[in-house]
Design a protein around this ligand. Sequence first.
Ligand code: CA
Length: 231
Amino acid sequence: MSAKHILIVEDEDPIREMIAFGLRRAGFEVGEATDSLTARARVADRQPDLMLVDWMLPDLSGLELTRALKRDEATRHVPIIMLTARSEESDKIAGLNGGADDYLTKPFSPRELLARINAVLRRASPSGGEEVLRAGDLALDTAGHRVSVGAETIKLGPTEYRLLHFFMTHPERVFARGQLLDRIWGGNVYVEERTVDVHIRRLRKALAPFGCDSLIQTVRGAGYRFSTRGD
Ligand code: CA
């Protein structure tokens, strides 16, 4: 499964760049557009898995852009989260009626944004693109939520399962604890980074009897990596 592609449509450079930075850090592929016309061209080029659309754009408003995309057969299934400085309830309702899948009022924290994105992506594809992920003898069946080595099933807690799933879909890359928190724990800001270590330990312990614990590698001073290659 490749990284999800998110298109940000926002004309204010500092805000767009900040969002883009946070999303790339969280493992997403990011496209950027500064107005509606460019956004339509980008979508035609490559359909994103999700769009973040600012309400105030220099040409068409974000609301009009959303309506146009949702009217178009080719793009109506692309989830859209509207971003806006407006907090009036009537605007929120207009945004959602215009076809937006969710709505976020500025200022928002990167973690809040990630949590919304992950929730909308989950809703958009409840099957989550069912497949069996493999690394050597280790197999993770996303449809059955089952992890196995050969005929043996490995019992994992829900967090360890999500960790392993994330690692197996993002192999051979180092993730800092903060990045793992963003992607596995979403918007829960009260989780400490050492929590990641606790769940990594549990995951390794569950994998150890099958000789698969070495797949989860500690990269000193950087974080963790899932790799089928030795150090
Ligand atoms: Ca704007």
